[in-house]
Design a protein around this ligand. Structure first.
Ligand code: ADP
Ligand code: MG
Length: 270
């Protein structure tokens, strides 16, 4: 545990006040042979509680890299990542693992469910490490909430793609994370199924969880509060939505556009 933040630290040190995740000046370089790839270049971003942030950009622009850095799966080459105001480089490996498990849920394009486990067991799985006796109860409740209360004992192969993704969303939520990170969550789904999954993610945000959806599916941006774009590792803020140096949160209320379209904007695709 670090005692006091340094003087230039813009955060309050209070997890209930500080944004769940912050990137400041994050650069990520990969070395492959003699070549250096800059997957992220000087990226700064503040994620607010309860916001749905869409990260768009072409293939190879750094989206997955950014998600891995946000998810504490990958450390930046330069820059700072803060979880609830805390610089994650101060965390031990064990604390990092704990932080990942308790604060962050992951949803992947290809669902990543365990084929030999039932839906309920898949959702319960992340609770087993903490020997949480309520894990199965919560797993069943969550599956009910995502509309799969009658599929608890089905295995992934007995579920449609959209149902499998909803199981994955329930699993991402089972440890009550502050943030859900979704890499191309609708990438393997047809449009209608994609909408159902996005509505689920939207509901999660409305309960205070921050969701980052990385995508090149334009549908995702319809459901997002805020859209940012990655171009060759550079993050571009749309709608003049630049992060402030003071560290104040550009929260959901301060976001331009996109936010109100998810309820009313159905069925009127361009
Ligand atoms: P996206 O998800 O937007 O398609 P990525 O984050 O996967 O982009 O990749 C961004 C860039 O970083 C690409 O040029 C990719 O080839 C490179 N890259 C990603 N991961 C690695 C790695 N482990 N080693 C070397 N280069 C990588
Ligand atoms: Mg990717």
């Amino acid at each position: 545990m670090s005692s006091q933040p340094p003087n230039d630290d813009p955060t309050s040190g209070d997890p209930s006040v500080d944004p769940p995740l912050t990137l400041r000046g994050v650069t990520k370089r990969y070395q492959s042979g003699s070549e250096t790839v800059e997957a992220l270049v000087d990226v700064s971003l503040e994620l607010a509680a309860g916001e749905f942030l869409a990260v768009v950009g072409p293939s190879g622009s750094g989206k997955s890299t950014m998600l891995n850095v946000l998810g504490l799966l990958d450390a930046p080459t330069e820059g700072v990542v803060r979880l609830h105001g805390r610089d994650v480089t101060t965390l031990s490996d064990r604390e990092l693992t704990d932080a990942r498990r308790t604060a962050i849920g992951f949803v992947f394009q290809d669902f990543h469910l365990v084929p030999t486990l039932t839906a309920a067991e898949n959702v319960e799985l992340p609770t087993l490490f903490a020997r949480d006796p309520e894990g199965m109860t919560r797993a069943r409740d969550l599956l009910g909430r995502v509309g799969l209360g009658d599929r608890l004992d089905h295995r992934p192969t007995e579920l449609s793609g959209g149902q499998q993704q909803r199981v994955a969303i329930a699993r991402a939520l089972v440890n009550e994370p502050a943030v859900v990170l979704a890499d191309e969550p609708t990438g393997n789904l047809d449009r209608e199924t994609g909408r159902a999954v996005l509505e689920e993610l939207r509901r999660i945000c409305d309960e205070g969880v921050a969701v980052v959806g990385v995508t090149h599916d334009p549908l995702v941006t319809e459901y997002a509060d805020r859209v940012v774009e990655l171009v060759d590792g550079h993050l571009r803020f749309l709608d003049g939505d630049e992060p402030s140096e003071s560290g104040t949160t550009a929260g959901v209320s301060g976001v331009v556009g996109h936010g109100d379209e998810h309820e009313s904007g159905r069925g009127d695709d361009p």
